[in-house]
Design a protein around this ligand. Structure first.
Ligand code: ASP
Length: 323
């Protein structure tokens, strides 16, 4: 048995205190606490890292505040198309889905792909057919509807612009005010096994079946017991080109860097050069955690069996318990 830990995010971007009401801030903090409690309980009951990340993500997918599962953004065609991935660092097995519709918890479908499909990555209608065959929970369109995200989309639907989660301006405004609402989790269990998972609705008004980094193994999600578990959030295109999550693992494996240093190199050096705004969370096999971002804020939380915990939204932590 060794120290175990869980770290989660609810998206990064231009998240500024002046744009937030106290009520909304409280709602985000509570949502992070709820997800953390659900995932950490799994680890405390001797559960696996994979089950812990899944439990945390399900809570975030069920919450309208986040752009994943329920509350996902609208595409150009006015529907929700969701992406998700999960990876088990013990086996290096992974499962991912892209462009799926009406799936209550896309992370459960990603896990089903990992465990029972003989494949790694399923997309669109085929992934939905697999979900039905495996008895994954479906919901009607109304379940995923939120007025707030519908209004965002209505403002954009006649344009060619697309935006990252809460943003609803033209492209020029978009570059100034970026927010990303993807959710993710990474865990190290009491046996040193690592897992990571990410789930998202992608970008408002996205078209042509656009897929971001979240479900792409190595880009938005990666786990390997020999190195780390990583879940990313941010502008997906540069994260894909940077192979961001796997790059952290490579820096640890081949250069012997610590989790914190490797993540810093990718988030604050490599991605900055590529104009890849966003962040990532990570764990290593000793239960160390890190939460880094190059944007104004990132919804995030961590907890360790040794007693440390923290919650943050903006640059400074919202609350911290260092034991
Ligand atoms: N990375 C996600 C994407 O590009 C967006 C996000 O993190 O909110 O689809």
């Amino acid at each position: 048995m060794q120290p175990f830990s869980l770290v989660i995010h609810g998206g990064a971007g231009t998240i500024l205190k002046q744009d937030m009401t106290p009520e909304l801030e409280q709602a985000y903090v509570k949502a992070l606490e709820d997800a953390m409690s659900a995932g950490f309980a799994v680890l405390e009951q001797d559960g696996t890292a994979t089950n812990a990340v899944k439990a945390a993500i399900v809570v975030l997918e069920d919450n309208l505040l986040f752009n994943a599962g329920r509350g996902s953004v609208f595409t150009k065609k006015g529907v929700q198309e969701m992406d998700a991935a999960i990876m088990d660092g013990r086996t290096l097995g992974a499962g991912a889905v892209a462009g799926v519709r009406n799936i209550r918890n896309p992370i459960e479908l990603a896990e089903e792909v990992m465990l029972n499909s003989n494949h790694v990555f399923l997309s669109g209608k085929g992934a939905n057919d697999f979900a039905i065959k495996q008895g994954i929970k479906l919901e009607p369109d109304e379940y995923f509807f939120s007025q707030f995200r519908y209004d965002q989309w209505k403002e954009m639907r006649d344009s060619d612009n697309y935006s990252l989660d809460h943003t609803h301006q033209g492209l020029e405004e978009l570059m100034k005010d970026k927010k990303f609402g993807t959710v993710g989790a990474a865990a190290c269990d009491a046996y040193g096994n690592i897992a990571a998972a990410t789930s998202t609705g992608g970008m408002t008004n996205k078209k042509y079946g656009r897929i971001g980094d979240s479900p792409v193994i190595g880009a938005g999600t990666y786990a390997n017991n020999a190195t780390c578990g990583i879940s990313c959030t941010g502008h997906g295109e540069p994260f894909i080109c940077a192979v961001a999550a796997y790059d952290v693992s490579c820096l640890m494996e081949y250069k012997g860097m610590s989790l914190q240093d490797a993540m810093n190199q990718v988030v604050n050096v490599k991605l900055v050069k590529m104009e890849g705004e966003g962040g990532m969370i990570g764990v290593d096999a000793k239960g160390n955690t890190a939460m880094l971002f190059n944007s104004a804020g990132m919804y995030r939380a961590m907890r360790k069996s040794t007693g440390e915990s923290a919650i943050g939204i903006y640059k400074d932590l919202y609350s911290e318990n260092s034991r």
